[in-house]
Design a protein around this ligand. Structure first.
Ligand code: T3D
Length: 261
């Protein structure tokens, strides 16, 4: 599939999307939103991907909304529609897509670009990358799920400082704080992401997305509600071919060959 603002590749059941507007640090315009939606649809639909990597071309991961598309006087753009149609839809898709999502943060991630990364199941960042809740620098509030993910990942005090001060948080500190999974040397980011994706693409795909659902719900659930949810999700998992294969492989003392069904 040919795109102008992103690159999309699929190999060995791993879909890789590279945001490709490096001159503006891969900030979002409407074409990039719509091409990203099309690529995600292909990955989870006809291409049957079992793991997804999102990364950025050039020295940035993503700098959020392309501000050159915005009128400083607030005219012409319906911001509610922009969020509903683009950013909120993207967050909902990434949190419900039936495959694990890895963000390979190759460079600075700012505004909605930082929060796009936080939507992922795994964030692997280059040591030189920074995470910036840049919204406050232009008089905005975190969107793209930032005000949801930040306090849950790093606690209220650190979330408030990141969102209200808008300072750069180096990748290494982000990993120490638990905002992201891993910080690696710059030239290792894609190798790490590809290695992880290859491993995840051989795991029981349905169970991986059920795990995401369980973890997401656990933050707000009571123990009773979570136990009920675990029961319901386990019932779904036990109906997969991968569960049958896992049990058979265990009994036959051989490695399981999960197919993602
Ligand atoms: O509008 C809606 O629909 C509501 C939704 C909003 C969601 C949002 O994301 S709001 C937040 C928008 N993003 C920002 O405010 C971040 C703006 N960028 C920056 O603060 C800095 O660029 C960074 C901290 C990300 C990186 O700084 P630095 O010094 O490494 O790079 P730079 O020199 O500032 O940027 C390099 C180029 O990218 C530069 O262009 P030039 O001078 O080389 O021609 C810069 O203008 C361009 N660029 C960076 N970010 C954006 C951008 N161009 C347009 N929009 C951007 N967001």
């Amino acid at each position: 599939m040919a795109f102008e603002t992103i690159r999309y590749d699929i190999a060995d059941d791993v879909a890789t999307i590279t945001l490709n507007r490096p001159d503006v640090l891969n900030s979002f315009n409407s074409a990039m939103h719509s091409e990203l939606r099309a690529a995600l649809k292909s990955a989870s639909g006809k291409d049957g991907a079992r793991a997804l990597i999102i990364s950025g071309e050039g020295r940035g991961f993503c700098a959020g909304q392309d501000l050159s598309d915005r009128d400083p006087d607030g005219g012409q753009v319906d911001f509610a529609e922009s969020l509903d149609k683009n950013y909120n839809r993207l967050v909902r898709t990434l949190r419900s897509i039936e495959m694990p999502v890895i963000c390979a943060v190759n460079g600075v991630a700012a505004g909605a670009g930082a929060n796009l990364a936080l939507c992922a199941d795994f964030v692997i960042a280059a040591r030189s990358a920074d995470f910036v809740q840049a919204f406050i620098r232009i008089g905005l509030v975190p969107d793209c799920g930032g005000s949801y993910f930040l306090p849950r990942l790093v606690g209220r005090a650190r979330a408030a400082a990141l969102a209200m001060l808008g300072d750069k948080l180096p990748a290494e500190t982000a990993a120490e704080w638990g905002l992201i999974w891993k910080c690696v040397e710059d030239d290792q980011v894609m190798d790490e992401a590809l290695g992880l994706a290859a491993r995840l693409a051989k795991q029981p795909t349905k169970a991986l997305s059920l795990i995401r659902r369980a973890l997401d719900a656990s933050i707000d659930n009571t123990l009773d509600a979570q136990l009920d949810l675990e029961r319901d999700l386990q019932v779904i998992a036990t109906k997969t071919d991968d569960f049958s294969e896992g049990v058979k492989a265990f009994i036959e003392k051989r490695p399981a060959e999960f197919k993602g069904h």
